[in-house]
Write a protein that binds this ligand. Structure first.
Ligand code: CDT
Length: 300
């Protein structure tokens, strides 16, 4: 059987004053563990180099100076790329991207086993708001600090399969996964930072975990995908985010899930043929999809 070793490296909190270097050292330790367990790919969280800074009201200039990467690899992340090359392992990493001409995106990259960046994704579904909400216990300023991604949902042939990537809130939207599975994705990986409390309405707290897992499971099944999802979680300077990092099979079943809200590697030896029956029968797109009736989905 064709097996693909997939590791998801959940991160516990990164506090406001933690250095990039100490954070990268944590990523490297988990990368070593992932490679030791036989992983071809290790998935790190969204914005994995810093605290989840959209919770803080500040100017765009302050945010750029403190939290954005003007290059990738950067001096602080080069050791991670060097280690990946020496271990022959690929990885997914989320970070705040400042482009050469000063644009800002919530970005993730796919890096192959030769430490080459082969895929870049800029987050499309940006949740939250851009105005200051002083009455809220914390902010969710993704719409202030980031532009909507301008490169679509891509997939990349790498590590012997076809991998798509997205980021956090994207996982709640079926279109995200369908667009990637229409490009023959076999696996989709993503990172997330999901606050445990909703600042917009009084949502029962348990729904945060339920909707996270529901989204992964439904989208894995309906697109015959392996999905690996990595949380950054626990309390960052007192602001709690959910854990629940998971690997979900094309059957929609959770086959590994984190047990903690700290740095933790989960691993599955994925049977890459598991999606074939779903792709050939119930979700045979060529035979059964009816796009002529889906037009409304792409209308404004
Ligand atoms: N990072 C991110 O996209 N988080 C959102 C929080 C939703 S509440 C504004 C998520 O979908 O998990």
């Amino acid at each position: 059987k064709e097996r693909f070793g997939l590791a998801v490296a959940q991160m516990g909190p990164i506090h406001l004053n933690d250095s990039r270097e100490s954070t990268v050292a944590r990523l490297m330790e988990m990368m070593r563990e992932a490679a030791g367990r036989g992983a071809k790919l290790v998935v790190f969280p969204e914005l994995a180099l810093t605290t989840f800074f959209p919770r803080y009201w500040m100017s765009e200039e302050d945010a750029e100076a403190r939290f954005f990467e003007p290059s990738m690899p950067s001096p602080a992340t080069q050791p991670l790329f060097d280690l990946a090359l020496s271990l022959g392992i690929g990885f997914y990493l989320g970070y705040a991207e400042r482009t050469e001409n000063g644009r800002h995106f919530n970005t993730s990259i796919l890096v192959d086993e030769h430490a080459k960046i082969v895929g870049r994704y800029r987050k499309i579904h940006l949740p939250g708001h851009s105005d200051h909400k002083p009455e809220a216990p914390f902010q969710h300023l993704e719409k202030k600090f980031f532009e909507v991604g301008n490169e679509g949902f891509g997939v990349w042939p790498m590590l012997g399969t076809t991998i798509g990537q997205c980021i956090c809130n994207d996982r709640r939207w079926p279109e995200t996964f369908r667009v990637m599975s229409l490009q023959s994705a076999q696996m989709v990986v993503l990172g997330y930072n999901t606050p445990s409390w909703n600042i917009h309405w009084k949502e029962p707290a348990h729904l945060r975990m339920f909707h996270h897992l529901l989204s992964l499971q439904a989208n894995a099944y309906q697109n015959a995908l392996w999905i690996g999802a990595a949380a950054k979680c626990g309390a960052e300077d007192g602001f709690h985010m959910i854990g629940g990092s998971a690997i979900v099979a094309p059957s929609g079943e959770i086959v590994a899930q984190s047990q903690s809200e700290e740095d933790e590697v989960i691993f599955v030896s994925c049977d890459m043929a598991l999606g074939d029956n779903f792709r050939q029968h119930i979700f045979n797109f060529a035979k059964h999809r009816r796009p002529e009736h889906y037009g409304l989905i792409t209308e404004r």
